[in-house]
Structures are given as C-alpha cells and as structure tokens.
Design a binder for this molecule. Structure first.
Ligand code: BES
Ligand code: ZN
Length: 617
C-alpha cells in the first residue's frame, strides 16, 4: 500500500492555487482531494459511555467517480480501529475493499488508504474510536452540573475530526452530512446540523446538514440537556440548572443576528442555537454551524462577556460560510470574525463598548507579540511540520482584525461594508486561501484605484512579522478615567477605597488591573483585595487576571482560589497563562504540578496536550 509519505509527496507535486474549486496543498491532511473528492458522509454511530468509545460506520460518497480515478482514496484517521471497509457502485452490491493503515505521524495521525474501483460511488468504513480520542471528552456524572448523567462532546477543530470519523480532514473539502446517533436512554444528542428529534429521549437521534461544510465543523454532544428558546430561530441548550442564567445572558442573540444580517446578508443556516458545555470545555466558544458550543464561564450574569457569543455568531459569515482552505489561512476565519464581532457589539451595545474591547484586544496582541518568534507574528503563518494549534495566537485574531479595520478606515465604512458583503456572497460555501483573498481584493478594489494597494501595504500586513507602521489604533480615551484612577492610587494620592469604580464594568476592571505594574507588591495586592474582593470575583476574566497577578506577587491569600479555579475550569485561554506564569519559578512550578495532578483528569485531551507541553518545557 501507499504510505503517508508517498501520499504527501504526490499531493505536494499537485499543488495548485486557482479558483476555490481546485485543491491546494494542506500540510495537515494525508487525504488526496485533488484526485478523489468526498462530498457527503452518512454516520451511523453508537455512543458507549462505559467503554468511552464511539462505534459504528461512516459511508463516504465519492463526488467524482470515474474509471481513471480507480486508485486509492486516502482518509485521515487518528487512533481509530478500522474493522471493515466495503465499496459500492451505483445500484451495486457491497464488496469488501483492500485497505491499509500507514505509519502514524505524531501530529497528523494515520493515513487510511482504500483501493477503489473505477465505478465506486460509496465507501463504507466500520470503525471505533479510542478511549483517548483527541476530539472527545467523556465526563462522569459527577463532572456535570446535574451530577446524575454522563456527558460527552467533540471538539473537531483543527485536526481532530479524524479522531472520531475517518474522512478527508482538510478544511478545503466541504461535505454535507447526515447522522443517526444511538445513546443510552434519558440523554439528548445534538449535532451541528438540523435535527428532527422532538420525540422522547429514547436513545436514537437523526441529523442532517444540507449545506457543505468543512470537517472541522462536524460536532456532537450528548448529555442531560434542556432547551429554552431565545428568538424565533434561536435558542439555548444547557444542563437544566444552567438554563435560566444562560437564557438571560444570551438574551440579545436575536438582535445580534439582525444586525449581522443587515451588514453582511442573510443568515444562511436556518437556526442558531447555543450549547452551554461543562466548564472543562477547552475554548471560549466553537462555531459549530447551527449549534455554537460555548463555555459556561461566560455566564457572568451581566452580559459583560457575551462578546464570545457575538464572535461565534459572526463565524456564521466569516469562517463557516467562507472558510480557510488550510490552517495557514486561519486569519481569514478569525481576523474577519473578530472584526465582525466588534461591528455587532457596536450596533447592539454602542461604540464605547466596542472600542473598549478593541483596545483590550490590541493590548493583548502587543503583550503576546513580545513573546513570539518572528515567524509567528506573520498572519500567513508557516505551519509545516507543526501542529496547527501552534498558530492559535492573538496574531490571526487581533492583527487580522486590525488589518480589516485599517482597510475600512482607508475606504470608508460604507464602501468596505459593501465589499465585505459581496465577498461573503461571492465565496459562500467555499474554502479559500490567502492568495485567493488577495486576488479577490485586487480584482474588486485595489485594481480600480491607483495608489490604494500601496496605501494599504497588503503584503506587509499578510506576509511580514511585526506591526505595520500604518496600523490603526482603537480610538483612544476609552479608558482615560481608569488610567487617572490607577495613577492616583499608585502615587498614593487616593486610597484604594476611593478609586472611582462605581460605573466600571468588566472592561474597565480588566484595563485597570492590566495597567498596574507587574510587581505590585503584597501590600498593594492586599489593599485592593480588601476593598474589592478580587480573589473571590466570579467573573472569569477578572479572576484570571487577578490570579496572574497573585502568582507574580506571591500573594498567598489567593492560592486556594487559584487551585480551585484551575481545577474547575478547562478553558485554555485561562489555563495557559496561569500555568505559564507558575512555571517561571521553582516554587511556582511545584504548585503547578500539584494542581495539575488533581486537575488533569478533568481536562479535555486538547487541554491536556497543551498543558503537558508547558510543564515539560
Ligand atoms: N474557532 C475558534 C476556536 C478554535 C480555534 C478551536 C482553533 C480550535 C482551534 C473560536 O471561534 C474562537 O475563536 N474562540 C475564542 C473566543 C473568541 C471570543 C476569541 C476562544 O475560545 O477563546
Ligand atoms: Zn473564532
């Protein structure tokens, strides 16, 4: 059989960059969509909680069956057990296929090569997942809010769909899917798709996604879930006790949808529901189509953290409708989405809120850039031989958003809005590369107006490290009042109690805390804590910032809370900075190891991999 290396080699030779229907080189997939393309999959899966296994079959439909393509179909897999592969021609009988697994690559998993016949239309693979599947987190009842029933969910982005489905796991390949999912009685199964499951929870569910999506958007969750409507086409799922606070927090979703539609065209996915996951969910949110997965840590009670929901909703245009073709092009997903997210926030909550978030975002970008290798400051990032998750920095997000803000400022809002809306229409349901974006930008904007291209400095933005000199800055002044208070307090001209924080929201507090010197000293930490009880803050962002400061300043009264926080929450944006800060000192490293020992079994495999790396390094 062909090994993965052969497969990659032949792919590399075939590299093309053309219109969106052609294939491009994807360093993170063994699959060969340039030769054979799958355009639909049917899943028939059983969720086995006791064994921590998903078992069943996938039928892959070949879009271009043709005698001359009578060769191997290469699928991505990761830790899957393949039991049987059969082929079917149009109207024909199932026939056993010759197949083989290649060598396992430490990042990419294992290629599964299947010999096709010229007339093969359908390929059926019977398989089961490993209990350690990278995409799956299996939760015991005690790890859920209800404590009664188990929970399992997937996280397919970036390259983990292959750990629960053998498929062409490259975002340039778009597929529709249908699924039948069997579960124990009493649980609800949900997927990133239409469902038709009003029936009681008798253990069988079916789904259909009729819009072509990349594989990283296939998602499944099973648990004790209840539903509350938010609007005519939106709602929220959560464990029953979390449902009322969740419905209150996300109460503006319908408004956000209306705003986004006015700016960027109709919402094309039918329903928009949110699913509140257990606190171990490794991300803030995940834009699974029709069903955003979201961390319960955004339930702050005051809507101050709903930008995560706005962000995931924004992906319904940027990311899900127009997707990155490879993980090098990730900024096309995230930079556009942060830009759109802030436009939504501006319309729903006002310009001041959007400016505060943009300012905090820029500060985070600057802070992170100071720690990155130059190669990772480049938006079109080099990820060859690397895990695509290494590209998960503020660069694709905040530098990407600043780039779009920059183009907006040069063109004017009206013109840029029109451009973006046409861009989403033009590439709707396609996956594109950075160079396809550049070609579109030239054809539809730059080439029409001499001087525009050099004014924008496109190449510098996309292909060079650092921040271009012409980078926009969020409107200044948003935090002037906070700035003043911080200074007065640091100069001992006011007591901590006299800080004028009466009208401060989460954003002002974050700015205030981040603006303080890193070595604030135990005395000042103590003063602040006494006045504002920051150690006990229930706001995840404020608590995280405060705990970082507690580590830096060896502020012991917060250590208990630190451990509790890092054990209860599995969100990487929170955990990574805390673990990184801890390992900077010998005592901190010991503390980190102690916490990790207790917490590890409650984290998602993706979080475990990330923290293992911090503690190893
Ligand atoms: N799609 C991302 C999450 C993601 C990216 C998961 C890459 C795996 C690999 C999602 O839309 C996202 O960006 N989430 C952010 C929240 C957002 C408000 C910046 C997060 O999880 O922090
Ligand atoms: Zn995102």
């Amino acid at each position: 059989m062909r090994t993965g290396d052969d497969a990659k080699h032949s792919l590399r030779k075939r590299q093309t960059i053309g219109d969106a229907s052609e294939s491009v080189l994807d360093a993170h997939s063994f699959s060969n969509p340039d030769q054979i393309r799958v355009d639909h999959i049917s899943l028939d899966l059983e969720v086995l909680f006791e064994q921590r296994v998903i078992r069943g079959a996938v039928v892959l439909r070949i879009a271009n069956p043709c005698a001359k393509y009578g060769n191997s179909l290469i699928l991505d897999t990761m830790d899957l057990t393949i039991d049987r592969v059969t082929l079917k021609a149009d109207g024909g009988q199932d026939q056993p296929a010759v197949f083989g697994l290649g060598e396992r690559d430490r990042i990419l998993g294992t290629p599964l090569s299947i010999d096709l016949r010229g007339d093969t239309k359908l390929v059926r693979v019977e398989y089961s997942t490993s209990p350690n599947a990278a995409a799956l987190q299996w939760l015991e009842p005690r790890q859920t809010a209800g404590k009664n029933l188990p929970f399992v969910y997937t996280q397919s982005q970036s390259i983990y769909a292959r750990s629960w489905i053998p498929l062409q796991d490259s975002p340039q390949v778009r597929i529709t899917y249908d699924a039948r999912i069997r579960t124990p009685d009493g649980l609800l199964a949900l997927m990133s798709a239409d469902d038709n499951n009003d029936a009681p929870r008798c253990g069988s569910f079916s789904f259909k996604m009729m819009k072509p999506i990349p594989s990283y958007l296939i998602a499944l969750a099973v648990g004790d879930l209840a539903f509350a409507p938010l609007g005519r086409r939106s709602g929220v799922y959560a464990e029953p006790t979390l449902l009322p606070p969740a419905a209150a927090e996300f109460d503006d979703i319908e408004k956000m949808m209306t705003v986004a539609e006015r700016l960027y065209g109709p919402y094309r996915w039918g329903r928009y529901d949110l699913l509140v996951l257990p606190p171990s969910f490794p991300f803030g949110g995940m834009e699974n189509p029709e069903l955003t997965f979201i961390t319960p840590t955004v339930l702050a009670g005051d809507k101050s953290l709903v930008s995560v929901a706005a962000h995931e909703l924004a992906h319904s245009w940027s990311g899900n409708l127009v997707s990155n073709a490879t993980w090098r092009d990730f900024w096309l997903n995230e930079g556009f989405t942060v830009y759109v997210e802030r436009r939504i926030l501006e319309e729903v909550y006002g310009a001041h809120r959007a400016t505060m978030e943009a300012t905090l975002g820029m500060l985070e970008l600057q802070r992170e850039m100071a720690t990155l290798d130059e190669r990772d400051e480049i938006m079109h990032v080099e990820l060859q031989d690397r895990n695509p998750d290494e590209g998960l920095t503020e660069v694709p997000y905040e530098k990407g958003a600043l780039f779009l803000r920059h183009v907006e400022e040069i063109l004017g809002r009206r013109r840029f809005d029109r451009f973006l809306r046409r861009y989403f229409d033009h590439f709707a349901f396609q996956s594109i590369t950075t160079s396809q974006f550049v070609a579109y930008l030239h054809a539809n904007l730059l080439d029409q107006e001499p001087g525009l291209a050099s004014e924008i400095a496109l190449e510098e933005w996309l292909y060079e490290p650092g921040m271009p000199l012409n980078a926009p800055r969020p409107k200044s002044g948003a935090f002037d009042d906070v700035e003043r208070n911080a200074q007065l307090w640091l100069e001992d001209r006011i007591s901590p109690q006299s800080i004028d924080e009466g009208s401060w929201t989460t954003h002002e507090w974050l700015y205030f805390l981040r603006r303080l010197p890193e070595s604030l000293g135990g005395q000042r930490m103590q003063e602040l804590d006494q006045a504002y009880h920051l150690t006990n803050s229930t706001n995840v962002e404020i608590a995280c910032q405060w705990l970082l400061m507690a580590i830096r300043n060896s502020f012991e009264p917060a250590y208990h809370r630190l451990e509790e926080f890092m054990t209860a929450i599995g969100r990487l944006k929170v955990l990574n900075p805390l673990y990184r800060e801890l390992v900077k000192t010998t005592a901190g490293r010991a503390r980190a190891l102690g916490i990790y020992e207790k917490a590890r079994s409650g984290y998602h495999p993706i979080a475990v991999a990330s923290i293992d790396q911090i503690l190893r390094g």
